[in-house]
Design a protein around this ligand. Structure first.
Ligand code: HEM
Length: 475
């Protein structure tokens, strides 16, 4: 199989994001194998009775709507993929996300047994079809076309997300700043972030990886595996009120600490207030932002702590920085755990090998902290519909979730603590260290679990030729 890369062979949301404001996920079960195969065969032909899979060859003009698919192991089986081929897929994919709960921190309130339908019965989840569009009406049209024959699939559930102004996600941070960039796709100057370009094999099967001479095993036959990738689709509920309450509590706690003036020198609140365009920002309110910035490694406007540890600064480059020397970005901050960049870590060889393509969008209404809550009504559910894409679920998504986010194995200074934003925290044992200029730290405790898993699935995203291959299966 040729390793020459052609973007037209690959599904379009893998190497570049569409940046559409709306997304809908259709969770589908194969109802009729033959009809499903016909649907697959038709989805790459240009016919308009079935939505056409968007390829990576969309150039500079984005299509009005984009459509992509991922199949679970059960989905490949339901289509009649031969057993000899199924056996060549990696174990974590074969077992599926529910069975890998322990590795992912999906325990207690995040345990798969608590996931609502359709995620409670993973054997029935076969296909995750994703529609991206500008308007809800367009999502409806594509959904209708996807299910038009009424035979191929049964719709088990649909989930919808919508982007917020300034790329914000719940908890108020700017997201979608960093993605791995690929020499074959991204213009080097436009996407300068000081990090090595990711080899294609980081996300596409059959291509060179960061590990000299090593490639991830390609599921067989090559026609099915080559240029495919794996996606960890996650429904992550965010406790937005709990997060804001924790910032309040942590700020009040810090005000009582002897080193507080080192963390927030007298008058520094003014500088933070200026950056946030808030006049007369109190020390308490400024400290809430200081804590939020430390937990993520970025101020909520996206300014990296590594470059501007004392206040947000819109002039600072949000992408191009590193964790070297005495960086004041905490070792335990979310973005430093997920991508240690050039910083020293225990698994030195893994620095650039676990990079994930992230395609996520919030669900649920935007939270307005200024609006008083009605204590008689439950808060609406809010969260992130996240896709974490990479060539190896085990060596990338699972290794990151388990070793780095939840065990902190990358640095002895955080080992035993969980990621403060998305980790499986328990207020009784959790801790987080804020570094000070003097080289000492202030420890915060009592972080609850802010993010709870509500569902998800491991999906294989086949290449365009592989979709045709699946459509042409016989017997
Ligand atoms: C609801 C849960 C989550 C929230 C609110 C969240 C939020 C954020 C934010 C605000 C950023 C900074 C924006 C950027 O650098 O692009 C970020 C970066 C990142 N997150 Fe998360 N995240 C969540 C879950 C996860 C999970 C589960 C993973 C992986 C298993 C993950 C992996 C990453 C990675 C790889 C980066 C980029 C870091 C870098 O390259 O510097 N996130 N996240």
């Amino acid at each position: 199989m040729s390793t020459v890369f052609d973007a037209a062979d690959v599904q379009g949301n893998i190497l570049r994001g569409y940046r559409k404001p709306r997304v809908r996920y259709l969770i589908l079960e194969v109802a009729d194998r033959m009809a499903a195969r016909r649907w697959f065969a038709a989805s790459t032909t240009g016919r308009d009775d079935v939505p056409q899979i968007t390829t990576g060859n969309w150039g500079r003009t984005k299509p009005e709507t984009c459509f992509n698919i991922g199949l679970t192991y059960e989905g490949l089986r339901a289509l009649g993929t031969p057993g000899s081929s199924l056996a060549t897929f990696p174990n974590e994919f074969i077992e599926g996300m529910n069975a890998r709960a322990l590795k992912l921190g999906d325990v207690g309130p995040s345990a798969p047994e608590t996931w609502p339908d359709p995620f409670g019965d993973p054997r029935r989840i076969h296909l995750i079809a994703t529609i991206y569009a500008d308007e809800v009406a367009q999502l409806d049209q594509v959904q209708q076309r996807a299910l038009t024959d009424g035979e191929a699939f049964k719709l088990l559930g649909a989930l919808e997300g919508c982007s917020f102004p300034k790329d914000a996600v719940h908890f108020g941070y700017r997201d979608n700043i960093m993605q791995p960039r690929f020499a074959e796709v991204h213009d080097g100057q436009r996407y300068e972030d000081g990090q090595p370009k990711a080899p294609l094999g980081t996300v596409l099967l059959g291509h060179p990886t960061n590990f000299e001479g090593l490639r991830w095993r390609v599921p067989q036959p090559e026609a099915l595996g080559h240029n495919g990738t794996f996606n960890a689709f996650r429904v992550l509920e965010q406790d937005v009120v709990g997060f804001e309450e924790y910032l309040d509590q942590a700020a009040s706690d810090l005000l009582t600490r002897p080193q507080i003036d080192e963390l927030l020198p007298p008058g520094a609140e003014e500088k933070i207030g200026q950056a946030l365009s808030i006049e007369g920002l109190s020390r308490h309110a400024a400290l809430r932002e200081v804590v939020a910035a430390h937990l993520c490694g970025r101020w909520r406007d996206g300014t990296p702590m590594a470059l501007s540890p004392d206040a947000p600064d819109p002039k600072v480059d949000q992408a191009n920085f590193d964790y070297v020397g005495n960086s004041r970005c905490p070792f335990g901050a979310h973005i430093r755990r997920c991508n240690p960049r050039g910083g020293q870590i225990v698994q030195r060889v893994a620095n650039n090998s676990r990079r994930l393509v992230r395609r996520g969008m919030p669900y649920g209404p935007l939270y307005d902290p200024a609006k008083p809550r009605d204590p008689t009504k439950p808060e609406p559910e809010r969260g992130l519909l996240g896709n974490f894409i990479g060539a190896s679920l085990g060596a990338q998504f699972e290794a990151m979730s388990c070793d780095w986010l939840n065990l902190g194995l990358q640095d002895p200074r955080i080992t035993g603590s969980n990621d403060p934003i998305t980790g499986a925290n328990d207020p009784g044992t959790s801790w987080f260290d804020l570094p000070l200029k003097s080289g000492t730290t202030i420890r915060l405790r009592g972080l609850p679990r802010f993010v709870r898993t509500r569902g998800g699935a491991y999906a294989f995203m086949p290449s365009i030729p592989a979709i045709r291959f699946l459509g042409s299966l016989m017997a």
